[in-house]
Write a new protein. Sequence first.
Length: 243
Amino acid sequence: MIKRKGEWSQEKVKETVKKYRDLRNMFIKDVENIHVKLLPGNSKTGSNCRTVSLLPIVDCPNCSKCKLNCYDVRHDCINKNCLVLRAQNSAIHKKDRARYWMEIDEGVKADFVLELRLNVGGDLEREDFDYVQQLGEDNKRTEILFFTKNYNACNDFIAANIDKYPDNFGFPANVHPIYSAWIGMKMDNPFNVPTSHVLWENGDTTAPEFGSYYCGGNCSACHFHAEGCWELKSGESVIFKAH
């Protein structure tokens, strides 16, 4: 396998994951006194797009091919405050999943959130997709965007819910699921969920040769202009430059 720019070693990733788990376990001991945090937008998500995330790798059911190049590990969670908030969210999610999603719902309503991106880091498990569906139903004016590599679990959710929302992969119209592709990672996508793809400096990519939307780098701007990830339809795709 070609070593890509910024790639971490297996040993460094293993050491980092242990650090994450130890921190989460510390917060689990005091989980009743911590709460889920919705973070304000940043230069990439834009000023209007709130985010809520779990821990990278630790909370990713399917990351064997991407963990050495994980942007979230290398650039976000090296920030101590960011890591603490992620570990707290992860502790609540692991200990009391229902409360985790209830507090996200409460945060959306309290702050009148119109744009929400789930899991800049971390990923969703099978049960979480049901909560995301409910979150969308309970906050119809909030546009919810998430990327996942947990293809099989999401496919299972879609198969069980496609009759409820046949035009949007089992989710209400304000929820926008995207399958994240990765070189060497098999993606089973029988429902033709929109996909995202990385473009590497040497030109390697899993994206189709023609027709993909190129990320503009600001989720709020795309939401305002009704374009990009928020508007992807079945079978469409978006490309992100490797960073």
